[in-house]
Write a protein that binds this ligand. Structure first.
Ligand SMILES: Nc1ncnc2c1ncn2[C@@H]1O[C@H](COP(=O)(O)OP(=O)(O)OP(=O)(O)O)[C@@H](O)[C@H]1O
Length: 457
């Protein structure tokens, strides 16, 4: 936007003022519109782009301050210069509090008015530029780590991202598979298109088909409207099929057909729709093993795993643990000022490195947050790490040890309960309903307990 072409709206119920301002501003080569009431101004900015508004304070009907309030409530962020013949300091202060850029008294002094306009517009330009730059900055969390394994993955991402190849990302839970998928999208020519994720394990198999391919109105009970599926949503971008190893054989057959034909048919529909989608998939299962057991289609496996990327667990790249822990703490500091002065002692970082992180980076992230909250000083010490993470490391066989170490009955009961629940969930391959049924509690109760004890897969 060049300053000369800026569009200014003058809102004043006095015709003489509107005309004077219009003349001055048009002479300066601005595009000028006028409104004779607050309501008309609100209507106008709802339909037109403007860069600056002059707003009279005392008007019939909705006054200037109320109009300003409504503008801000509606999300309009352009600068507003208030004008008034009855200027008092109090009103000026109130207007400024509500986000007015400046306050001019009638009749406005020409020089003061033009300076205010120029300053307001250049500030507006800067704000717009800032927003654009921010939009262009990658929104994806950086992949932290300098281990050989992570460096290799970063190089691989650079190589495969610009291609159309399908990538299968494997690795344990919480290792960063989704993060890798996001970066492949971000660094690909499709980054301006959508990145759409489907967690195949979280959607019941009878609904997965409609989730992926959409449905026509009335296709099944409950399909009250037509809905487009994830394949169509991802048109021009990337579709990330997370936990693909958990997809039913029926859904696998349909996905295979969609991949072969680059077309999808909505559930209950007759016509197929062409889609331009790049597929990335991830799983924590060994798909070759699943094929042997008849749970995964070999033909689909070959289609999706043109480029395999294996993300190793944290225990195989221990040197990355301190780096990731520090990055997690920095992220927390950005989000929450109460963490701003906390840091790790060298001993604490070393202690973190020695822990078993079966939940990988996700577990480490949660642990760092817990440590940040529970540390009473400014430095997270080795002692706090060992203390806070102690119960987490206890295995079922350590109950005797736990009883020895715990003095408080409530503490003991809760820790034992946590160990029991994790064990049962593991036994049931983290199927929450199944676990709840097996141990004889309600599913909602199970969810509450998992939340209480911060249990995650
Ligand atoms: N190398 C890394 N650097 C920084 N953050 C990471 C790294 N790896 C993973 N993370 C973060 O850890 C969390 C878990 O990662 P992500 O969801 O990608 O794992 P995942 O393997 O897809 O997990 P799941 O199998 O449970 O779906 C995310 O918040 C992610 O941003």
């Amino acid at each position: 936007m060049s300053e000369q072409k800026a569009h200014i709206l003058i809102t004043d119920d006095e015709k003489a003022i509107r005309n004077t301002l219009e003349e001055i501003l048009q002479y300066e080569n601005y595009e000028v519109s006028t409104a004779e009431s607050g309501q008309l101004a609100l209507d106008f900015v709802g339909e037109n782009d403007i860069d600056l508004m002059f707003l009279d304070i005392k008007m019939q009907g909705m006054d200037g301050l109320e109009t300003l309030k409504k503008l801000r409530e509606a999300g309009h962020e352009f600068p507003v210069i208030m004008i008034s013949g009855h200027g008092t300091i109090e009103i000026a202060v109130e207007a400024t509090k509500m986000g007015a850029y400046d306050f001019l008294e009638k009749p406005p002094d020409l020089n003061r008015l033009l300076i205010s306009v120029r300053n307001a517009l250049s500030q507006q330009n800067l704000a717009k530029e800032y927003k654009q730059i921010k939009k262009k900055l990658p929104k994806v969390q950086e992949i932290i780590g300098e281990s050989k394994a992570i460096s290799k993955i970063k190089t691989l991402i650079e190589k495969v991202a610009p291609t159309q190849s399908r990538v299968l990302i494997t690795g344990e839970n919480g290792t960063g598979k989704e993060l890798v998928a996001k970066w492949i999208h971000e660094k690909s020519p499709r980054s301006t298109g959508p990145f759409v994720e489907v967690n195949c394990a979280a959607i019941p198999s009878d609904l997965l088909e409609s989730e992926l391919f959409g449905h026509e109105k009335g296709a099944f009970t409950g399909a009250s409207d037509q809905r487009i599926g994830k394949f169509e949503q991802a048109d021009g971008g990337t579709l990330f099929l997370d936990e693909i190893g958990d997809m039913s054989l029926e859904a696998q057959a349909k996905v295979l057909r969609a991949l072969q034909e680059n077309k999808v048919t909505r559930v209950g529909g007759n016509e197929s729709v062409s889609v331009d989608v790049r597929i990335l998939a991830a799983t924590n299962k060994d798909l070759e093993e699943e094929i042997k057991e008849g749970n995964f289609r070999e033909d689909l496996f070959h289609r999706i795993s043109v480029i395999p990327i294996k993300v190793p667990p944290l225990r195989e790249r221990k040197e990355d643990i301190p780096l990731i822990a520090k990055a997690c703490l920095n992220n927390l500091k950005e989000k929450d000022i109460s963490f701003s002065s906390i840091s790790f002692s060298d001993g604490a970082l070393k202690a973190l490195k020695e822990k078993e992180w079966s939940g990988n980076v996700r577990e480490l992230q949660n642990a760092v947050e817990r440590l940040g909250i529970l540390e009473s000083g400014d430095e997270i010490t080795k002692e706090t790490v060992n203390d806070v993470l102690k119960t987490r490391d206890l295995k079922a066989g350590d109950l005797g040890k736990l009883a020895d170490e715990t003095e408080d009955f409530q503490d003991f009961k809760e820790t034992a309960e946590r160990i029991f629940l994790v064990k049962q969930l593991e036994k049931n391959d983290w199927n929450i309903s199944q676990t709840a049924e097996q141990i004889g509690i309600q599913r909602s109760h199970m969810y509450n307990k998992m939340k209480k004890y911060n249990i995650e897969r």
